[in-house]
Design a protein around this ligand. Structure first.
Ligand code: GTP
Ligand code: SPV
Ligand code: MN
Length: 586
């Protein structure tokens, strides 16, 4: 399919290493994909679901020990340890290659090597980047087909260029003691062994589009961020774009596909989804920040997705979708998960494939169970989704899960203060990564697990981008949908009602509303968040907009500790921001 010598010789080298029985080039044709679907069905790797209710849909179960990203086994293998920084695991490249090649050696014996050419971003767009993933998993091929643009057209676009990201994935024995997800930013290379779970093996996603791309962005003057992109259309038909970074399983997919409350819909407001997880951003010829979603589908969290919380996500999964680790309803061969509805199936298998009774109290779907759905299935997919130039960003929003401390929304004082706000983000951990759930940790810009280089340098890069953008820089905000009352219930209704907050954000960008200054930034006057049609008291709203100086003084101590990690690679500007926050809190 190609005469590209750089590509062919790398594949030959990998072939000698992993020794497949055969090599299959993925051309992207429906014919080839259908044959792979049939093969995966025959081996049990995929289970075909009810063709009438869920046309083109499949269920897959991962190994029980392989259900989430493994941050403690994820490495940045830069030449110098200091370039990976204090927040990444590091391994010397020579040592990592040797170890990984030992694990990978002969691991495709009796198996097929699939060669997947894929493009992150529309094929041929100047914003797009090409990757080649080698894998021994049909599940990976079929997921990559949904999540990225794949096939011969990508090879045509690559031509004989050597500018592509090399990705080797080997399932091996799914041995968690030998599971490694390694990135070589200086070599444009990713190697993933002993896993079959999404974020560890769909190499275009977190590995390329964030870890490798963040490094490329730093060296080439653009940004790769863990952000959704949405367009908010007002009754006059003007669309303003917002990019928002929340940590894993903290609400990006939900916000990206939001359906506004009735009072907004009646007036003609609408939200368009450009992307739900990753944003590549550059300064355009007009000096503004322009964003593209490099992905082609959604790898979304299933639990909690329902017709009320996120009807657009649910609609996206009604055809041509792969479900991973959800419940299988045996009565009609469909799928179910906690929070889909209040009627768990009686005759069902849980995510492990065991007979399951919801009365047992055990969850049927894994908390990190997922759907892989084509973006074009989404009823609110933006008309700009395929625009090779992307969309201009008016506001950047950071956010996390905080039971207390962070108010519903606040605006930073300016770009530099906004970078500070992003850098001090903290959130309770979720099931998207292995390890404890519900522990508050600092997760700057929601990039802690995804930044491919030293995070101190990453903060500098943000500051430099702000200098270049000048007065055309997007305004920066922080939100928290997750404040809890004393009984542990969410106070803010969230989901579609987050529109009320987005509206204030856009009004602030347009200079249409005032705000109240607090030590951490500007919060809305409670009266200026529209509560019409919502059963929510103004007093409650005031309570979640409050900034408690005592809590924030404690927070400032935590920030100082966190900043201590970065030593002299922490930009002085951020230390000054912390000092001035402290003095405002006195
Ligand atoms: P990744 O795909 O891991 O990056 O996650 P994400 O950031 O896209 O998170 P997602 O939108 O899938 O939401 C994760 C969980 O948060 C789901 O269980 C949602 O139901 C819940 N959630 C999302 N938005 C809200 C909200 O506004 N309020 C509350 N209380 N929960 C929310
Ligand atoms: C996340 O964990 O942020 C995800 C899912 O979007 S994964 O692809 O596993 O990274
Ligand atoms: Mn994510």
């Amino acid at each position: 399919m190609t005469k590209n010598q750089t590509l062919l010789s790398w594949i030959e080298q990998m072939k000698q290493l992993v020794t497949p029985e055969q090599i299959v080039w993925i051309d992207g044709s429906e014919e080839q994909l259908n044959a792979l679907r049939a093969e995966a069905e025959s081996t049990g790797e995929l289970l075909k679901l009810n063709e009438e209710k869920l046309p083109g849909c499949y269920l897959h179960r991962t190994a029980v020990n392989d259900v989430a990203r493994v941050e403690h086994r994820t490495f940045i293998c830069s030449k110098k340890e200091e370039d990976a920084g204090p927040t990444n695991n590091w391994m010397a490249p020579e040592k990592a290659y040797e170890m990984l090649y030992d694990i990978a050696r002969g691991s495709y014996k009796g198996r097929t090597m699939y060669v997947i050419p894929y493009s992150m971003g529309p094929v041929g767009s100047p914003f797009s980047k090409i990757g080649i993933e080698l894998t021994d998993s049909i599940y990976v091929v079929l997921n990559m087909n949904i999540m990225t643009r794949i096939g011969s057209k990508v090879l045509d676009s690559l031509g004989d260029s050597g500018d592509f990201v090399r990705g080797l994935h080997c399932k091996c024995n799914i041995d968690e003691e030998k599971r490694y997800i390694c990135h070589f930013p200086e070599d444009n290379t990713i190697i993933s062994v002993n896993s079959g779970y999404g974020g560890n093996v769909l190499l275009g996603k977190k590995c390329f589009a964030l870890r490798i791309a963040s490094y490329l962005g730093k060296t080439q003057g653009w940004m790769a961020e863990h952000m959704l992109i949405l367009g908010l259309e007002n009754p006059q038909g003007e669309v303003k774009y917002i990019a928002a970074a929340f940590p894993s399983a903290c609400g990006k997919t939900n916000l990206a596909m939001l359906i506004p409350p009735e009072i907004y819909r009646e007036q003609g407001y609408k939200v368009w989804c450009v992307g739900d997880d990753i944003s590549w951003m550059r300064i355009g010829p007009d000096g503004r920040l322009w964003a593209v979603n490099p992905e082609y589908g959604f790898f979304g969290v299933a639990p909690g997705t329902n017709n009320k919380s996120n009807p657009n996500a649910l609609a996206s999964t009604r055809k041509d979708t792969i479900f991973t680790n959800v419940v299988n309803n045996l009565d009609n061969n469909t799928v179910w998960w906690e929070g889909l509805d209040k009627n768990p199936p009686k005759n069902a298998l849980n995510w492990k494939g065991e007979k399951w009774d919801s009365a047992s109290g055990e969850k049927g779907a894994h908390p990190n169970s997922r759907f892989t759905a084509p973006a074009k299935n989404c009823p609110c997919i933006s008309p700009e989704f395929e625009n090779p130039q992307g969309v201009p960003i008016s506001a950047i929003v950071f956010g996390g899960r905080r039971a207390k401390t962070a108010p519903l929304v606040y605006q930073s004082r300016d770009w530099e203060n906004g970078v500070f706000v992003g850098s001090i983000m903290a959130s309770e951990t979720t099931a998207a990564a292995s390890g404890a759930v519900g522990v508050v940790r600092r997760d700057p810009m929601a990039m802690l697990p995804f930044c491919g280089y030293h995070m101190g340098d990453y903060f500098s890069h943000w500051l430099e981008m702000g200098e270049k953008l000048g007065d055309k820089a997007p305004k920066i905000f922080n939100v928290n949908w997750f404040r809890l009352d004393d009984d542990g219930n969410f106070i803010w209704p969230g989901f579609g009602d987050n529109m009320r907050v987005l509206n204030w954000i856009i009004d602030r960008c347009d200079g249409k509303v005032d705000a109240v200054e607090t030590p951490i930034g500007y919060v809305p006057r409670a009266e200026e968040i529209n509560l019409t049609g919502l059963d929510f008291e103004l007093e409650e709203l005031k309570a979640i907009l409050e900034v408690d100086p005592a809590l924030w003084r404690k927070e400032a101590e935590g920030i100082a500790d966190f900043y201590g990690k970065f030593g002299d690679r922490l930009p002085a500007r951020l230390r000054e921001e912390l000092d001035s926050l402290k003095s405002r809190l006195k």
